[in-house]
Every structure is written in C-alpha cells, then in structure tokens.
Design a protein around this ligand. Structure first.
Ligand SMILES: NC(=O)c1ccc[n+]([C@@H]2O[C@H](COP(=O)([O-])OP(=O)(O)OC[C@H]3O[C@@H](n4cnc5c(N)ncnc54)[C@H](OP(=O)(O)O)[C@@H]3O)[C@@H](O)[C@H]2O)c1
Length: 230
C-alpha cells in the first residue's frame, strides 16, 4: 500500500511571468506554495530517510520560489535546503548513521517535507546537547558565515570583525561564530528596530548604517571610535 507524507510544494515561480521573465513585484509566496499529501520517498542505496522535525526557511528558499535563484527546479518542487530530524531508515552502504539517530542534513531542494531522502554524505549526527530546533539552519546560514570568517578571513582570537546585514540569517550566524572564535564584533543594521537581533547574538557593539549618505557617514565614525575602544 502506498504510504503518503506531507510536503509543501511550489507550483509556480512567484517572481516570473508566463514567459519566464522577472516581474517588478513578485506575488506573495502563499499564492504559489501548497501543503499537500504526496507518496513517501523510498530509501535507495547510499541514501538516508529522515523524519523531519525542523526545516529551516532561509533567504535562498524565498529567492528560489520566486524563480530568481541560480538553480530553478522543475515545477512542482518541494522547497527547503536544511532539516533536522531522526533517521527513519538507511540505504545500502550507509554506515555513519543508524535508525533513530538525531541528524542534521542539507540538500538543494526537498526540505519542507515530513520525510526527506538525503544523500548520506550530506547527513551528520547532531551533537547530543544541541536541540534540533537550533541547528536546522546550519547549511545556508552557518556554513557561508564560517567560510567567510575562517577560510577567507582567517579570523582568530582578538581580531575585530565588522558584520553588516547583521540582522539577517548569515549576519547573525557570523556574529555567533566570530564570538566563538574569540573575536570582537561590531554589527551594522539599517534601522534601530533591528538592533536587538545582533545584540541577542552577542555583538559587542551595534550601529545603524541607515539608508542615506549622512547615516552611513555617522556609521563610519561610530565604528572607527568603537574599534579604538574594543
Ligand atoms: N554563498 C552562499 O552560500 C550564501 C548562502 C546564504 C546567503 N548568501 C548571501 O548572503 C546574503 C545574506 O543572506 P541572508 O540569508 O542572511 O539573508 P537575510 O536573512 O534576508 O538577511 C539579509 C540582510 O541584509 C540586509 N539588507 C540590505 N539590503 C537589503 C535588501 N535590499 N533586501 C533585503 N535585505 C537587505 C538586511 O538588513 P538591514 O535592513 O539591516 O540592512 C537583512 O537583514 C545574501 O546576499 C545571500 O545571497 C550566500
């Protein structure tokens, strides 16, 4: 008997017209996404089937459902690039995780589904003390932040890091990681209402760069002053 699961599917790109050309104001995603019942995936060789507990929804997911991301999946498709959950079954050749393990997984599409099938090399055991709700955004927020700080920036303890766009997913991840690396962090946001987010991520100072030239000039003065104090 066919087993069914629940998944969110995108049936039309919200940011493209019928000819596939970008439109000036994308339609709301609620108009193109639907929660549906679909046949459950099977677990083939080298794959891991995961019962999804949490699925991260991040900036690239929105862009992709608008048809404006570098990868345009065939419609309808299931959005979602990062999940956490427990292993439901493993295919032949998979040895590093077992049924019941708490795992973190990333994929190019398919995360917004109650059961996902993921290639084994993109599945990792979640550390025991970390709640699954806290790590369902590792792939798209923390990996690029880590790459920027460590691979490109060679950040070490005592360095001073400036994070702009600091209220966003990658920005908040960059603050947390830079602090964990022992750096001091100055964070920038566009409006005062957004300062509480980088503050919650433990930025040492948060300033507004605003949306005009004068605000940006003041921002530069503020960070220069703060960098002498930190
Ligand atoms: N290479 C990769 O693998 C990778 C992965 C993920 C993301 N990214 C890139 O990293 C950047 C940040 O991604 P994110 O996931 O952190 O996005 P996000 O959560 O949407 O945050 C973006 C932040 O940028 C600021 N911003 C400035 N101008 C903006 C505009 N015109 N529209 C929207 N936000 C604007 C906003 O803060 P303020 O209003 O305070 O300025 C916002 O908080 C994006 O450019 C994304 O493409 C790259």
């Amino acid at each position: 008997m066919t087993e069914f699961i629940q998944a969110v599917r995108c049936h039309r790109y919200a940011g493209l017209d019928k000819m596939g050309k970008p439109i000036s104001t994308p339609d709301p995603l609620s108009e193109v996404l639907r929660l549906e019942e679909i046949p459950a995936p099977s677990c083939s060789d080298g794959q891991v089937l995961i019962d999804t507990y949490y699925a991260g929804i991040q900036y690239p997911d929105t862009l992709q459902a608008q048809g404006l991301y570098q990868m345009k999946p065939e419609l309808p498709y299931i959005p979602g690039m990062d999940v956490t959950g427990t292993v439901k079954s493993v295919g032949a050749g998979v040895e590093h995780v077992n049924v019941g393990d708490r795992v973190i997984a990333q994929m190019s599409i398919g995360g917004l589904s109650s059961v996902v099938s993921v290639g084994a090399s993109n599945v990792w055991k979640a550390p025991p003390r970390i709640p699954l709700a806290k790590c369902a955004n590792l792939g798209r927020n923390f990996f690029p932040a880590y790459h920027s700080l460590k691979t490109l920036g060679h950040i070490t303890a005592g360095d001073l890091v400036l994070v702009d766009g600091a209220s966003g997913g990658v920005g908040m991840a960059a603050i947390e990681l830079a602090k964990a690396m022992g750096a001091q962090v100055i964070a920038g946001v566009s409006v005062p209402e957004k300062t509480s987010l980088p503050e919650a991520a433990c930025a040492d100072r948060v300033f507004c760069y605003g949306r005009d030239r004068d605000s940006y000039r003041k921002f530069k003065t503020d960070i220069k002053q703060a960098s002498t104090e930190l």
